[in-house]
Design a protein around this ligand. Structure first.
Ligand code: PRX
Length: 557
């Protein structure tokens, strides 16, 4: 266990929004926080709170966002974001979008993408943001699952939308046109005031079995987003905040859009793929003060340390990480080279917000994900759902409820119920240890889910795609440990008669998954076996055996 690692104390002479963890934890109540967001009639609207409220309170001229994509740069004030959002919202209304409708957004990381999500929420519809690198199959599965009726996209990405195979889709709106579409004057405010339990956003995420599931969140999550943004992201009025995730993932929507804007931060939206030099340069040029990213990115930056000579990163005052285990070495590297601590945070698509975190005012134990957020109780459970003593490995669970917790899995009560099989607990699917001082240490997943660069990949989805290729008879997909990406997707396959192993064939199979599903889900390695290990009774492929094989090979090396 990593408690032997050297602890890192909080930075001296700084003031933080949460200054005393123990004290705040003792007096904490979600209801007290919620009061600020719920209107007198009990109604709420998360998009109003995220943007409009700041304009009404006199901050309309404050910079809401900097957009950077190569040489392209744009800046918007809160007032401009509000006006653009209102226009989009009216266009949606004119196209008949009503409260509760599912409206998808398939766009790169641009201001239009953020505005689209807010516009949907503003009129009470449910936003379904899709990751920009998805291919046909991934797009189709998600929109079909919850019967999306409208899609906002652009004229290039629409090529990856198989419209004929999505019967519920009535309208496609292109961002190139929306700005110039006329809108009928809407009487009064465009904001639809909804109930706290009404749907806000739906994020599709993978499990170890079946197609991705639609995790639906409710407007009540706004309370969780706001307060975790304040205390964990530690946002203050003069901060420039950059979250590197795309809003198609929950980190990109909750901590890339909602939480920072609820706290009135100036955010950075960066288009384009990861390139170490661009990232260093962006922090330098925009004087980013708070930065939220993932271990894979930090590890890649660490490997290009020479760039630190070229760029000035001294504006950074608070750095956070999420999505996959953060190695202590990376924390020490940032501490020694950048003079900042990296604050690990743990949560999931389903939890809707931070649950286990390192606060800037508290000591960090490298190797630990931190301690429970105020209002959150962690349990380490055995197979019967009983709490284990401190120091034991067990199933990481959280006492229910809390405001960010998902409302349902779209159309699948059984999958939803699986998370709550122990009365009073939400079961994460992770294994962890909690020490005597309440710090939680991640151990592994308790299922076959793959975590590559912080992106959650369900083996079933990849296996299903693989066997659609004419050469593939059977497929078993696992996560193979990797020093940079945490895990890479590795596929084991057997070939159909008549096919012979060749480099070209393996590349063709890889490209097949990449171009139909998504690049991040395509196996980096494919190995052909004569037979796959299976259970004797049901003949199910034993992924665990395949994974153990990989781990053994790495150990021997
Ligand atoms: O296994 C845990 C891992 O990512 C899973 C959740 O994935 P997703 O829903 O895609 O959400 C990612 C970001 C919110 C968890 O079950 N995970 C998340 N954070 C950490 C982590 N593993 C180790 N350390 C973390 N800090």
């Amino acid at each position: 266990m990593s408690t032997i690692n050297k602890r890192i104390p909080p930075l001296k002479n700084s003031s933080y929004n949460l200054s005393d963890y123990k004290k705040i934890r003792e007096g904490f109540s979600w209801n007290d926080i919620g009061k600020d967001f719920i209107q007198k009639n009990g109604k709420v609207n998360a998009a109003y709170e995220t943007i409009d409220r700041h304009v009404e309170e006199g901050y309309g001229d404050k910079i809401a966002l900097h957009y950077v994509n190569g040489d392209e740069k744009q800046t918007y004030t809160f007032k401009e974001v509000k006006e653009k959002t209102d226009h989009y919202a009216q266009v949606l209304k004119n196209h008949g979008v009503k409260k509760g409708d599912r409206v998808f957004v398939f766009l790169p990381k641009t201001p239009d993408c953020y505005v689209s999500i807010l516009a949907i929420i503003k009129i009470g519809a449910i936003a379904g943001p899709l990751f920009e690198a998805f291919m046909q199959e991934a797009v189709k599965d998600r929109i079909n699952d919850c019967e999306g009726t409208v899609l906002i996209t652009d004229k290039e990405m629409v090529n990856r939308v198989p419209q004929d195979e999505i019967p519920s889709l009535e309208t496609i709106l292109f961002v190139e046109d929306i700005e110039s579409l006329p809108v009928k004057a809407v009487n009064g405010d465009v904001v639809e005031w909804v109930d706290v339990e009404d749907g806000l956003i739906i994020h599709y995420t993978s499990g170890s079995t079946g197609k991705p599931k639609g995790v639906l969140h409710a407007h009540r999550a706004v309370v969780h987003h706001y307060i975790s943004g304040k205390w964990v992201l530690d946002i203050k009025d003069d901060d420039v905040y950059w979250c590197t995730s795309h809003p198609g993932w929950v980190t990109g929507s909750v901590y890339g859009l909602f939480a920072p804007w609820l706290n009135r931060a100036t955010i950075v939206i960066q288009g384009g793929r990861f390139k170490a030099e661009d990232w260093y340069q962006l922090i330098d040029e925009l004087n980013v003060t708070i930065w939220y990213s993932a271990p894979t990115a930090f590890r890649m930056l660490l490997n290009q340390e020479e760039l630190l000579e070229k760029y000035d990163l001294s504006s950074l005052r608070h750095v956070l990480s999420v999505g996959e285990p953060l190695n202590p070495e990376v924390i020490y590297w940032a501490w020694n080279k950048l003079g900042v601590r990296i604050h690990d945070t743990w949560w999931m698509t389903e939890t809707g917000g931070h649950l286990i975190v390192n606060f800037p005012s508290e000591e960090i134990k490298p190797g630990s994900m931190g301690r429970a957020f105020p209002g959150i109780t962690v349990g380490i459970l055995d197979e019967e759902g009983k709490e284990l003593p401190r120091g034991s490995i067990g199933q990481l669970a959280i006492r229910t409820p809390w405001p960010g917790l998902m409302k349902e899995i779209w159309g699948n009560k059984e999958k939803f119920a699986n998370y709550f099989k122990y009365e009073g607990w939400y079961l994460s699917g992770d294994l962890a240890i909690q020490d005597e001082e309440d710090y939680v240490f991640f151990q592994s997943r308790n299922d076959d889910m793959i975590n590559s660069s912080g992106e959650r990949i369900g083996p079933f989805e990849v296996e299903s795609k693989l066997i659609e290729h004419p050469a593939v008879r059977e497929a078993g997909v696992v996560g193979k440990p990797d020093p940079i990406q945490g895990e890479i997707v590795k596929a084991f396959i057997t070939l159909r008669t008549g096919y012979v192993e060749s480099k070209e064939l393996l590349e063709e199979i890889r490209t097949f998954v990449k171009s139909n599903l998504a690049a991040h889900a395509a196996p980096k390695e494919i190995e052909i076996l004569d037979e796959l290990p299976k259970t004797k009774i049901s003949g199910k492929i034993l992924r665990r055996e395949l994974k153990e094989r990989e781990i053994e090979i790495i150990k021997v090396k």
